[in-house]
Ligand binder design. Structure first.
Ligand SMILES: NC(=O)c1ccc[n+]([C@@H]2O[C@H](COP(=O)([O-])OP(=O)(O)OC[C@H]3O[C@@H](n4cnc5c(N)ncnc54)[C@H](OP(=O)(O)O)[C@@H]3O)[C@@H](O)[C@H]2O)c1
Length: 288
């Protein structure tokens, strides 16, 4: 992790996205602390995001959960703190996205109460900004309509096969930025789960546009999202790919290419949080 983080800093990355549930906060914190000590970067240049886990959403747990994350990360404030998933479970279980959760595991805190606690984190200076992740449009609206401190971001799965135009529009109308997670279609997770069931890098439309611009398919996927005004958080452990994934600012896709890419939208979701599908706050029951 330390080598990967140092490579990322060297390549120019400053935004690091983690979560309590990923169990990567400590390793990330240790690496960033070393980088600060070695003057590779200063804390104020970094933008660190972490997330309130679904098993800490009761109001008594929110502040203590962020304090634990800050301790793991070895920092005294977080730049952005997100509610990871709107549906809640009682206790920490296997790795996210909790495929084998059952209704016995569900918890039912009111997400507005959870949000009130999130606001207190900003008041206390522990979080610079707060936001949402995996919230559908009506959940975003419910939080936004009741918020004293508004959510700044909704972090959602978004790539060429799941473009989320309607949800993005709802967020944008409310001045909420959208962060696209799994912007490359999360090929690593697909392989770990049940094998590769689809591959954006083999999609003929993407390959053709990539050839035309002399770019990689991954760069076309990322540029498409960037041109839609989204924030991107591609993950890679490979130094060459880190650099390639950043080199998307000095070319642009034409209107026709953007239109061709928009036609790939086909509601293919990888992170479906299936174990939570019977929870009343399960976000993907609604079409968007
Ligand atoms: N809020 C949420 O619920 C949620 C859920 C999922 C993910 N996320 C966040 O989003 C981030 C990204 O999502 P993700 O990792 O699932 O999906 P992703 O970024 O779409 O895909 C990552 C995979 O793509 C490979 N890759 C990266 N760059 C590449 C390139 N240029 N060419 C070919 N392959 C490339 C990586 O392998 P190598 O490492 O070998 O390059 C890795 O297997 C996560 O790290 C996490 O922070 C959030």
């Amino acid at each position: 992790m330390r080598d990967v983080i140092f490579d990322a800093l060297e390549s120019g990355y400053r935004h690091f996205d983690t979560a309590h549930a990923y169990r990567t906060e400590s390793a990330l914190g240790e690496a960033l602390q070393d980088a600060i000590i070695y003057n590779k970067v200063s804390r104020s240049e970094l933008y660190i995001t972490t997330k309130l886990p679904t098993y800490h959403m009761r109001k008594d747990n929110v502040v203590s959960s962020l304090r634990e994350s800050l301790k793991n990360l070895r920092i005294d404030y977080i730049d952005l703190y997100l509610v990871h998933v709107p549906a809640s479970i009682k206790v920490e279980s296997e790795y996210i996205p909790y495929p084998s959760c059952s209704t016995d595991d569900y918890d039912y805190p009111d997400i507005i109460d959870t949000w009130r606690e999130m606001e207190k984190l900003v008041d206390a200076g522990l979080a610079r900004a707060i936001g949402l992740s995996n919230f559908n449009a009506s959940q975003v609206e419910r939080i936004d309509n009741n918020a004293r401190i508004k959510p700044v971001v909704n972090q959602i799965e978004c790539h060429a096969y799941l473009q989320q135009n309607k949800l993005v529009d709802v967020c944008k109308r409310r001045n909420i930025s959208v962060t696209a997670y799994a912007p490359l279609g999360s090929p690593g997770l697909q392989i770990r789960n049940n094998g590769r069931y689809w591959d954006l890098f083999e999609e003929p439309v993407i390959l053709k546009i990539a050839k035309c611009h002399q770019r990689t398919p991954a760069q076309i996927c990322l540029r498409h999202l960037l041109q839609r005004g989204l924030i991107l958080i591609p993950k890679t452990e490979n130094t060459d790919r880190m650099r390639l994934n950043l080199e998307i600012k000095n070319f642009s896709l034409t209107k026709q290419e953007m239109e061709k890419l928009s036609k790939l939208d086909s509601n293919k979701r990888i992170f479906s949080f299936n174990g939570m599908k019977d929870h009343p706050e399960y976000p993907f029951k609604d079409p968007y």
